[in-house]
Design a binder for this molecule. Sequence first.
Ligand code: MN
Length: 238
Amino acid sequence: MANKPVIGITGAYVFHNKFMEGTYVHHDYQKAIAANGGIPIILPFLEENLAEEMIERCDAILFSGGEDIDPSFYGQDPHQKLAETTPLRDKWEIVLLEKAMKKKKSILAICRGVQLLNVALGGSLIQDIPSDVKGSIKHSQTVNRSWDSHWVALEKGSKIETILQAKKIRVNSLHHQAIDRLAASLKVTATSNDGIIEAVEHAYYGPFLLGVQWHPESMAATDEIMNRIFAEFIKNAK
Ligand code: MN
């Protein structure tokens, strides 16, 4: 009976007060996975020796959004506009990604997730788009996260173009950081009009691997095209 794929979602660490601290994942991720036939489970960061067993129990892994990645992981000092970081989560997710790729799991990396993917594979990040990218558009939208706010051009023949069947799409945008130096094993497959990298795929990893800078999980319920990202990810989860 148990034949729905199990999708592990990496969790953020949230500290409310001394009585309330723990793992947090926006509910839209869970809903998008469940709506497309997957069983979502949340993966908290714990001791690294648990990473491999956690990965083995999942059919696919979703690297979710959240905090800024500590710049020490790509060899930089902190920018004045660097937001909150959780270095223990960063370290844990780098190990998790390595184990997931070794076990040939399907991988979807969203927002912070695509940045994590790039850093784990040797790339670096723009620490603050408004300060560091001249003429940049607003990537921290103020409208509801389910609304689109800017254009993205998709690379012909890429995985994301094949899934969405479009040359240009409208995406939501909730990030102040982005990929800077691209990891050698990744390919850029979508960019915004100001040149920010908005999607990547892997050059030679066999299983499904897609990274997007926007939040399709928050558009999927109302946007059939955006929902295809989840449909495709879960279809490839076994
Ligand atoms: Mn954006």
